[in-house]
Design a protein around this ligand. Structure first.
Ligand SMILES: Nc1nc2c(ncn2[C@@H]2O[C@H](COP(=O)(O)OP(=O)(O)OP(=O)(O)O)[C@@H](O)[C@H]2O)c(=O)[nH]1
Length: 291
């Protein structure tokens, strides 16, 4: 038997889907399960109302129809956003942004491996230059992934110059993919976005930026979104990466986060291993979430 994911609604909704008939309890149980799973009040209400209306329209009393309707609604909502990574440029430059501790370094290592599995050559740029230990950690991950690394020449070197050198390396060597790590902590307020803006300008002089991926920790759910607000507003983000979904009970965050930010989820991390990163497939996710 396949192990059920922590974020699956399966056990929370076993009583609902396994009941003999649809009654008032169905709606109460469904609503509280969705709220607990971090769908958020607005999405929860919309989904419950929509299922209620369908149940009335089709005059069904079978709870398994509720399960099917929920699965279809979830998939439909998830599929409104395009999860495809746009990496056709050569080099394809990807900036990875997000607050500290969300799993950015690990994600970059996994992503380099993910691209390597497709036969792509990868260079990682350590443009979060303020902590030598962070640079070493990133380099270790990149090496494990079989990617090249461009490090700052000294601690605190201008991050934009490391980004420049990384893209330059890729162009000189014909490396297909560039992944640039960026700082997640504000040294001065507003400084982070200025720094990111400078990285973008410097990179764009050499090559178009294919993706700006914002990494979010799924265990913090919708609360964690507030911390990432500046990136969402000013970072030019093109897609989301959700990490730590394996330890999260907040499966509904996956729906809420796209609808709140208007940004597609492009990758999901479900473990600490280098192979634990996958693309995002709404159909598969809806199936796993609802069962
Ligand atoms: N379970 C699980 N843990 C993860 C996942 N991704 C990252 N982690 C863990 O989260 C912790 C933080 O990850 P880092 O990659 O160091 O996070 P960061 O955002 O780079 O943090 P800083 O280096 O402090 O900026 C580590 O212990 C990782 O092993 C995931 O998908 N699942």
């Amino acid at each position: 038997m396949v192990e059920r994911a922590s974020w699956s609604l399966g056990s929370a909704l076993r009583n609902v889907f396994g009941a003999r008939t649809i009654d008032e309890d169905t709606w109460d149980d469904l609503e509280s399960a969705l709220i607990r799973a971090d769908f958020g009040p607005a999405v929860t209400e919309e989904i419950v109302e929509s299922i209620k209306a369908q149940v009335e329209r089709y005059k069904t009393t079978d709870p398994r129809d509720v399960q099917r309707m929920l699965r279809e609604l979830v998939e439909e909502r998830l599929a409104k956003y395009d999860p495809t990574l746009k990496l056709t440029e050569r080099p394809a430059v990807v900036l990875v942004v997000g607050v500290n501790g969300v799993g950015k370094t690990t994600t970059i290592g996994k992503f380099a491996k993910f691209l390597g599995n497709y036969g792509r050559s990868v260079v990682v740029g350590a443009a979060d230059t303020f902590r030598a230990a962070a640079v070493d950690q990133l380099a270790t991950w990149a090496e494990r992934a079989g990617a090249q690394v461009v490090r700052p020449e000294r601690e605190g070197q201008d991050p934009a110059s490391v980004a420049f050198q990384t893209v330059d390396y890729a162009k000189r060597t014909g490396t297909e993919m560039v992944i640039i790590d960026t700082a997640g902590r504000l040294h001065t307020k507003g400084g982070l976005m200025d720094e990111l803006g400078k990285i973008r300008r410097v990179v764009e002089k050499q090559a178009p930026i294919s993706e700006v991926l914002l990494v979010l920790d799924a265990t913090t759910g919708q609360n964690g979104l507030a911390q990432a607000e500046a990136f969402i507003q000013h970072g030019g983000v093109t897609g989301l990466v959700l990490t730590k979904l394996d330890g999260s009970a907040k499966g509904g965050f996956v729906i809420a986060v796209q609808e709140k930010t208007g940004l597609p989820i492009k990758l999901i991390g479900q473990g600490e291993g280098i192979g634990d990163l996958t693309g995002f497939t709404p159909h598969v996710f809806a199936q796993q979430l609802v069962g």
